[in-house]
Design a protein around this ligand. Structure first.
Ligand SMILES: [Zn+2]
Length: 265
């Protein structure tokens, strides 16, 4: 399975928990040492691609924020994150399942504003790029981050053939049941994508989901894709702030997403 990642993502680019030093270290180590995962490097998104989801003013504001000496990597990294999501979606459509190990996250970035550690809306840009290129018309977007992806809704809600789900249940059993129910009730689509946040983790802010639950969510997406969208599926990283366990949670989700039938995590 392809993992889209660029070494600049490892460097801190701001003072938010998402940009903290060391946050991606366990994920990079586990996935790069795993024989079933190949790291591929993205190119930065172009301004034209950013404009699919954002207005000019938002792009300029992120650029200006990066002029501060403590955020000098910000704009470059944000462009790579958006470009990373685009590449992840492309691989999912043209080759096989893929995961974007990217930051800054994006699901709180709206067309004309951003907050919540996000700058550009990576997943929205990637879906709109696929649509723009005529590769998809419809999509299911599952956002399992602890926080509602208000940016995803702001940008994609006007797309009538896109379904966006932000499950809300506050215990694992109910949460997985809710995910299953929304997936079952979805019509056939061209692709399923995930805003993959790991801050619902039992040892992170949400205190809700186990590592196994992330595997189950990935596996449900795998089954959905087989049944409803010709196997087309991908995810990109959003939140998740337990640095030590983020790698095993990302791996658990990816193992489910690629359809590995295993209970050993
Ligand atoms: Zn979050």
């Amino acid at each position: 399975m392809k993992v889209v990642y660029h070494p600049l993502m490892k460097e801190s680019y701001d003072h938010t928990p998402a940009g903290a030093p060391g946050r991606l270290d366990t994920s990079v180590k586990i996935l790069s040492e795993h024989p079933d995962y190949d790291i591929v490097m993205p190119k930065p998104a172009t301004e034209q691609q950013l404009l699919l989801a954002h207005d000019d003013g938002t792009i300029s504001r992120v650029k200006r924020e990066s002029e501060s000496s403590s955020k000098q990597n910000l704009y470059k990294t944000a462009l790579l994150a958006a470009g990373g999501a685009i590449l992840t979606g492309k691989i999912a459509i043209e080759e096989d399942v893929a995961f974007g190990l990217i930051r800054p996250p994006g699901h709180h970035a709206s067309r004309s504003s951003y907050w919540g550690f996000c700058y550009f809306n990576n997943i929205a840009i990637s879906l709109l790029e696929l649509k723009n290129e005529g590769l998809i018309e419809s999509a299911f977007l599952l956002d399992f981050d602890l926080h509602t992806g208000d940016g995803n809704i702001n940008i994609l809600d006007s797309e009538s053939s896109f379904v966006i789900s932000n499950p809300r249940s506050n215990n694992e059993e109910d949460y997985l049941r809710e995910v299953r129910a929304v997936l079952e009730s979805s019509p056939e689509v061209d692709i399923i994508a995930a805003s993959a946040g790991f801050d619902q983790y039992i040892h992170c802010w949400g205190s809700n989901l186990s590592t196994k639950a992330f595997y189950e969510i990935g596996f449900m997406m795998y089954e959905f894709a087989k049944e409803k969208c010709d196997g087309k599926r991908y995810g990109v990283l959003e939140g998740g702030y337990n640095h030590e366990d983020l790698g095993r949670n990302v791996l658990a989700f990816c193992e489910g997403l690629r359809g590995v039938q295993s209970t050993i995590l």
